[in-house]
Design a protein around this ligand. Structure first.
Ligand code: KIV
Ligand code: ZN
Length: 540
């Protein structure tokens, strides 16, 4: 592929831009998704090997031009997942990240090699503060590393991206020298990240215009934006960078990412699609996948999507006030600039209850944006039937919570909740008796606590002693009414690692126990993959 050529097929582009206002003149902007790399760097958002494959498969299908699958040198687990994603890729270019060291680059080259189209993305800091304190290197040495690292990457692949970390706080002349050196050494994409979320739209647009005008070989590469959301400007800055001449946008599903996150893919795609009159670009993304991608990423990372999040939030298309509802009934365009179905939100009247069968349940899951494998589907259906027996009306939110719980607790489970009895009330201390299956063995233990949740968690710790610290305990009622399911999130932290688990049940304590055990299983997996001999969490 030559620089400046759209990565998506013409069919994809056609499918992605069904908006009638798209002109044939519009320029293609590549979508580079980094959910599996920058997104996964969010504290507590890490995904298992299987989950990463699932997310990558969906990104590939929805039209993402480049999937940054991970940081292969970071761990054996990262290397293996990047390699497997590369093997399975069908349409997207698969990229891996590497620092400017030869062993990083070689590891990355090895990992992305099986892909139909592979890319090495190498970076080094270029701002005065990063060079002085983080790298402890002189600018001339950094410049030499730029040329050497890109040259090394080109021995593996033709498609090399180079990033100037902390680019927006880099001295302009030095940035231009680095960009020129990277292109000369063979970089085909130049990324100028706003690593700390510091820039503003006009400033970022101007930066791209000036770099492109000042670097003599700038026409030999595609320029890329990569924005963090520390000031809430990531999407605005990304679009401004495109106005300044960038033709690749790095972003993540749900805006997941370091600190306040990255630019949200769904917002960028829908802004370009909805405001084509002022943003005359095309992307290859098929927008009806957006809701499904959002739900999948939220479920596997256990990061909830805020209710009022643009495009994919629960309230993004909800109209509460009487005036708005009245307008909507007369003409939806009075208050709606996009159609919910365009982003994969289906208006459905399928009511679920205890008489609903497998077929209706599968339809409902698909309407809600979930696709489960056979075993996960069988388990979710059994739990749905169980819920419908206990709860008269099963709402969409109930099913979503149930499936998210299923996704959160599935997989390589070390421990599972089998039964829980809690004695609570004014008398105290409260007592919990729990039976768990640990490595195939049933173990029953009890514990007293300061409240029923404390007693439940202590009982779990008696079965599987560990010193993980409870970093978050959060309960939400999924629907209204006293028979509503409780959706519980638990975050555990140990040895610098964080894992989040989710549980849902009409019994808040059962949901709490499930969420705690899910977080504990995830933490154990994470500790095992970074130290296979470790065995940090043990059954008593
Ligand atoms: O934010 C950043 O600078 C990055 C680079 C590694 C591209 O994520
Ligand atoms: Zn970043």
């Amino acid at each position: 592929m030559t620089a400046g050529t759209p990565a998506g097929t013409p069919e994809d582009t056609k499918a992605a831009n069904t908006n009638s206002t798209v002109s044939s003149e519009a320029e293609h902007v590549r979508i580079f998704d980094t959910t599996l790399r920058d997104g996964e760097q969010s504290p507590g958002a890490s995904m298992t090997f299987e989950e990463k494959l699932q997310v990558a498969e969906l990104l590939d299908e929805m039209g993402v031009d480049i999937i940054e699958a991970g940081f292969p040198i970071a761990s054996t687990g990262d290397f293996e997942s990047v390699q497997e994603i590369a093997r399975r890729s069908k349409n997207s270019i698969i990229a891996g990240l590497s620092r400017a060291a030869f062993n990083d680059i070689d590891r990355c080259g090895e990992a992305v090699k099986p892909a139909r189209q592979s890319r090495i993305h190498t970076f080094i800091s270029t701002s005065p503060i990063h060079m002085k304190y983080k790298l402890q290197m002189e600018p001339e040495a950094v410049l030499q590393h730029v040329a050497d690292s890109v040259g090394r990457a080109r021995k593996w692949v033709d498609d090399v991206e180079w990033s100037a970390e902390d680019g927006t706080r880099t001295e302009f002349e030095f940035l231009c020298r680095c960009v020129e050196a990277a292109i000369k050494a063979g970089a085909t994409t130049i990324n100028i990240p706003d690593t700390v979320g510091y820039t503003t739209p006009l400033e970022y647009k101007d930066l791209f215009e000036r770099v492109r005008a000042n670097v003599p070989n700038s026409d030999k590469a595609v320029f890329s934006v990569h924005c963090h959301n520390d000031l809430g400007l990531a999407v605005a800055n990304s679009l401004a960078g495109v106005a300044g001449g960038a033709r690749q946008i790095e972003c993540t599903i749900n805006g997941l990412g370091e600190r306040a996150g990255n630019a949200a893919l769904e917002e960028i795609v829908m802004a370009i699609r909805t405001r084509h009159d002022v943003l005359p670009y095309t992307t290859s993304i098929k927008p009806h996948y957006l809701m499904r991608a959002s739900k999948l990423v939220s479920a596997v990372t256990n990061f909830p999507v805020q209710y009022n999040k643009a495009i994919v939030g629960k309230n993004a298309f909800a109209h509460e006030s009487g005036i708005h509802q009245d307008g909507m009934l007369k003409n939806a365009e009075t208050y709606e600039i996009m159609k919910p179905e365009d982003v994969g939100v289906k208006a459905t009247s399928l009511v679920m209850g205890k008489h609903s069968g497998r077929h209706a349940f599968r339809e409902k899951l698909s309407d809600l944006g979930f696709e489960l494998g056979d075993n996960a589907f069988a388990d979710a259906f059994r739990r749905f039937k169980d819920l419908a027996d206990r709860k008269k009306n099963v709402y969409d939110e109930d099913i979503e919570a149930l499936v998210e719980d299923e996704i959160s607790t599935r997989g390589d489970e070390m421990a599972k909740v089998i039964a829980l009895t809690v004695i609570a009330g004014t008398g105290g201390p409260q007592k919990a008796i729990i039976t768990m299956e640990v490595d195939g063995q049933h173990i029953t233990k009890e514990a007293n606590g300061d409240g029923p949740v404390d007693a439940t968690f202590k009982a779990i710790r008696t079965v599987v002693p560990h010193d993980a610290h409870l970093a978050l305990y959060q309960v939400n009622a999924v629907t209204e009414g006293t028979d509503a399911q409780a959706e519980v999130s638990v975050r555990l932290e140990a040895g610098g690692r964080i894992a989040t688990g989710k549980g849902a049940d009409t019994d808040t304590l059962v949901a709490s126990a499930r969420a705690y055990v899910s977080a504990m299983n995830r933490l154990a997996q994470r500790m095992k993959s970074s130290n296979p001999q470790g065995g940090a969490l043990k059954a008593s």
